[in-house]
Design a protein around this ligand. Structure first.
Ligand SMILES: Nc1nc2c(c(=O)[nH]1)N[C@H]1C(S)=C(S)[C@@H](COP(=O)(O)OP(=O)(O)OC[C@H]3O[C@@H](n4cnc5c(=O)[nH]c(N)nc54)[C@H](O)[C@@H]3O)O[C@H]1N2
Ligand SMILES: Nc1nc2c(c(=O)[nH]1)N[C@H]1C(S)=C(S)[C@@H](COP(=O)(O)OP(=O)(O)OC[C@H]3O[C@@H](n4cnc5c(=O)[nH]c(N)nc54)[C@H](O)[C@@H]3O)O[C@H]1N2
Ligand code: SF4
Ligand SMILES: [Mo]
Length: 812
């Protein structure tokens, strides 16, 4: 029985009893129980953290009074409750935040000023229609190619709300300029494509399950912090701690910061200068070679380019092998542990010890996170770590990992969303380059296939593809890119706020008044998930516990907020395509319809929809996968990788060809081997003006910028600049002092946290804090990392380099 029903019947019993008492037929006194207007139901924490944890809500008098987490079942490892982290538990503050946008608004001040007036929905829709129609119909400089959606991750997991709905509408209106890659993993995806043959590290089936750690004797992690980045109780952080609990493996964490994941067990923390992992790998490989621990024949069997013999014909006779690189045959620099120590900050003796440990280990579990690849040289850092896997040679065995990560590649349930349809515009740019498509005069100086990796899916491989139209309209739904999450925010501010900005129209549909919302011309209020129903399945990083949930609305929409679906249906109506957009269904009807759509890979026969809504969480444990590359190891001929050679490509002929064809900006270099190249504002750069590197990280206090407005989280997890006690003393900085942090792009003002948990010469800063500056170039009192970062893309992937920066730190 539901608690609600139980309460009702209890109330009826006591009412009956007291009535009986009045009639004088019974004598005992029964205290009447009031009937509580309490309802409970299920919601989800939709956010881009990789999971979608179930949330149980209680509503009283039309207000959400309490949130709890998954409470089903016996909570054993294989039937575990998918408990929400503190962020999910704080979601009441999302619904009732002071920052909620409750009415449509129109900008009155300059762009970015945040000055708006309230307007009616009717006026908002009319203006959106007029502005968009003007741009779509301008055949000289407008048209679909000039409409743009920045990367939008805030509604990940939603099936009938959020970004996907907006994209459906815009596909039907004529499309928009496409993007490729993500801010998350563009460099490591590219590295994985060229080295292992698959262009994504997420849900690709290549990696090992975290549970392999139970059978490992050495866990070696490069910038991997699952306890903070994958916090779902159903997911990877739980698997990680359980696996370590059942394992005798030695754990070594290579990270500029001593992270949450490094605490608790007997582990070794090796602080490393940001952006130098490829040098560390080279030093380790040299040390392995030095002690005779590399079996050339074994490596050559599985990989291309360790020895001269395994190089492709085009590369032979040029000292182009990785071994030649290590020994310095081409550049005269042997990549000894001493060489690596001078770059990375990891002592040479420690590098030699590490090599010995890898040599002795029977089952090394080598893993990497992605902070190390959100860097100027991120592709080569990731490729170098894959190279270490190949050269150590112990992959595909129980207890090992090939460094791809804990992505089993198996979803038990895939709930379809309202189909977004295809984008009629076939041209796309790497997602990080959108501000260039505003800044450059593309009619004079187009972005091309060879300069900016512009692609046209209808003309694959065509080097003459180019983008000649600037971005004129920006549609933001589920993203904080304009004001916070894209690098060098002061530059974006200037581009959008200029009197003569090429961008004619910025439409933002949001829940909160975010730094991006402040740039809107028209700002629309969207509902939160608690004000609607939807379907949820596990996310892109839910580990081996899958889940499925039908959610219900807890409360009526606040203010005049509306669902993306209803807003888009009304815009579609103005364009005369309402029926095409809705297919005759309301949002609620879509949810029911989608539930009845056969599940792509579910092993569960789905119950009736209404029953499911009352039931809550369905879960399915996915048996731990075999270690990544098991089949490839067993028989590399029969089970080749999807690379051109079928092997692990340490040397990439495809990249060598790009270096010949591409037109790279000065200072950029793309190398056929994963050679170390110092990042432009790197640790080996001697820069007295900006003496500190910054280790940028994803903090447990937010998912990116989402949750920033939850005051309870801001109190619990201080946004502060980590600084080593030695550095702090030299600068006269004490714990909690306010500091001014300056880069070549901007200034932030934040408290300092003096802690030995960050290495000397490096400061630590969590990303995602909301920028707080009215004008471009003004000091940012909110402490947003992207006030400091540079917008220069990485050379190969053209990805986000938001972890490469140097700063100056002073007491404010
Ligand atoms: N709590 C929380 N969880 C999240 C997110 C969030 O914002 N908050 N975001 C989600 C998303 S979308 C993503 S993409 C993932 C991000 O997952 P990651 O990219 O893996 O997370 P980061 O914290 O950026 O980086 C991981 C670690 O790398 C370290 N590091 C930085 N630079 C270097 C380097 O050059 N070398 C080495 N060895 N280490 C380095 C950082 O100090 C950090 O501890 O997390 C997801 N989960
Ligand atoms: N320097 C630096 N920059 C980074 C990173 C870094 O490590 N360093 N990390 C990068 C990474 S990995 C990522 S994934 C990106 C993430 O950057 P974004 O994709 O911008 O993600 P969020 O900051 O979470 O912003 C999501 C927005 O969606 C809104 N939202 C939530 N629900 C709804 C809804 O139902 N409807 C609508 N319309 N909006 C909704 C939220 O209020 C929030 O403002 O940031 C990147 N930026
Ligand atoms: S782990 Fe992610 S999905 Fe789960 S409650 Fe936390 S932020 Fe939400
Ligand atoms: Mo991300």
């Amino acid at each position: 029985m539901q608690r609600r029903d139980f309460l009702k019947s209890a109330a009826l019993v006591s009412a009956a009893a007291s009535l009986a008492g009045c009639n004088g037929k019974r004598t005992e006194t029964v205290i009447p129980e009031p009937e509580l207007p309490v309802t409970q139901g299920w919601q989800s924490c939709y956010v881009n953290c990789g999971s979608n944890c179930p949330i149980k809500f209680t509503v009283q008098d039309g207000q959400i009074t309490q949130l709890e987490t998954d409470d089903h079942g016996d909570d054993q490892y294989e039937s575990r409750q998918i408990r929400a982290c503190p962020r999910g538990r704080s979601l009441r503050q999302r619904v009732y935040s002071d920052e909620r946008i409750l009415y449509p608004m129109k900008r009155v001040g300059p762009r970015g000023s945040g000055e708006f007036v309230r307007i009616s929905w009717d006026d908002a829709l009319t203006e959106i229609h007029q502005r968009l129609e003007a741009i779509y119909q301008d055949s000289s400089q407008g048209g679909p190619e000039s409409v743009f959606f920045p990367v939008s991750t805030g509604t990940s997991g939603m099936k009938t709300s959020g970004t996907g709905i907006w994209k459906r509408l815009f596909h039907q209106l004529g499309g928009y300029l496409g993007t490729r890659g993500s801010y998350s993993t563009h460099q490591v995806d590219t590295a994985t494509q060229y080295t292992y043959g698959i262009g994504s590290v997420i849900l690709n089936g290549l990696g090992s399950s975290t549970r392999e750690i139970e059978r490992s004797d050495l866990v070696l992690c490069f910038g991997y912090n699952p306890q903070e980045t994958f916090m779902s109780g159903g997911g990877v952080s739980y698997e990680w701690s359980e696996a370590l609990h059942h394992s005798n493996a030695e754990v070594i964490m290579i990270d500029p910061r001593y992270t949450e994941s490094a605490g608790g067990k007997e582990q070794q923390w090796l602080p490393i200068r940001p952006g130098t992992d490829a040098a560390l790998v080279a030093g380790i490989v040299y040390a392995l070679w030095e002690i005779g621990a590399v079996d050339d024949a074994h490596v050559d069997r599985y990989a291309v380019g360790w020895t001269e013999a395994s190089l492709p014909e085009s590369a032979k006779g040029k000292n182009a092998s990785y071994k030649a690189y290590i020994l310095g045959d081409r550049d005269g620099v042997a990549k000894t542990p001493e060489w690596a120590a001078s770059i990375t900050g990891v002592p040479a003796a420690t590098i030699r010890e590490l090599a010995t440990k890898l040599h002795r280990s029977k089952a090394p579990f080598i893993q990497m996170g992605w902070g190390l690849q959100r860097q100027a040289n991120g592709e080569n850092s990731a490729r170098a770590i894959y190279t270490l896997v190949a050269i150590v040679g112990k992959f595909g065995l129980p207890g090992t990992s090939n460094a791809v990560g804990a992505h089993n590649g198996t979803h038990a349930y895939i709930t379809p969303g309202i189909p977004a349809g295809a984008n009629p515009v076939t041209k796309s740019i790497p997602c990080f380059l959108w501000t260039d498509a505003i800044e450059r005069d593309l009619q004079q100086e187009p972005m091309t296939a060879l300069t900016h990796d512009v692609l046209d899916s209808q003309r694959p491989g065509d080097p003459t593809v180019q983008l000649e139209r600037n971005i004129r309209a920006i549609i933001v739904a589920g993203s904080n890119m304009l004001g916070n999450q894209h690098s060098n925010i002061n530059r974006t501010h200037r581009l959008l706020a200029a009197e003569d900005s090429k961008v004619d129209f910025v439409l933002v549909s949001e829940i909160y008044m975010t730094p991006t919302a402040r740039f809107a011309d028209i700002l629309l209020p969207e509902i939160t998930q608690f004000e609607t129903e939807d379907l949820v399945c596990d996310g892109w990083h839910s580990g081996d516990m899958a889940n499925l949930l039908a959610t219900t609305a807890a409360i009526a929409p606040r203010g005049e907020s509306r669902s993306a679906y209803d807003i888009c249906a009304d815009i579609a109506e103005r364009f005369g395509i309402r029926q095409t957009f809705t297919e005759g269904r309301t949002k609620a009807e879509w949810v029911r319809h989608l539930w009845q759509t056969p599940q792509a890979s579910s092993s569960l026969s789905l119950p009736d929809f209404d029953e499911a809504k009352a039931h809550g969480v369905y879960r399915e444990y996915l048996p731990a996968s075999k270690p990544g590359f098991a089949d490839f190891r067993a028989d590399p001929q029969a089970n080749p990788l999807k690379t051109p050679s079928g092997k692990i490509e340490i040397y990439s002929e495809a990249i060598a060809n790009l270096t010949r064809d591409w037109d790279l900006p000065e200072g950029d270099e793309v190398t056929a081997l994963p050679e170390f190249r110092a990042p432009w504002e790197g640790g080996v750069t001697d820069d007295p003006d900006y003496p500190f590197q910054v280790a940028v990280y994803h903090t447990k206090g937010r998912a990116h910028s989402s949750f920033h407005s939850h005051k309870v989280l801001r109190e619990a997890i201080q946004d502060a600049l980590w600084i080593n006690p030695g550095d702090a003393a030299a600068l006269g900085i004490q714990n909690n002092d306010t500091v001014r942090v300056t880069s070549r792009r901007g200034v932030i003002v934040v408290p300092a946290r003096v802690t030995p948990r960050v290495m000397p010469g490096v400061a630590g800063l969590g990303q995602g804090a909301w920028r707080n500056a009215r004008d471009a170039g003004q000091e940012d009192m909110g402490g947003c990392i992207n006030t400091l970062t540079d917008h220069r893309p990485s050379p190969l992937a053209k990805g986000c380099t938001g972890g490469t920066l140097r700063v100056k730190i002073e007491r404010a």
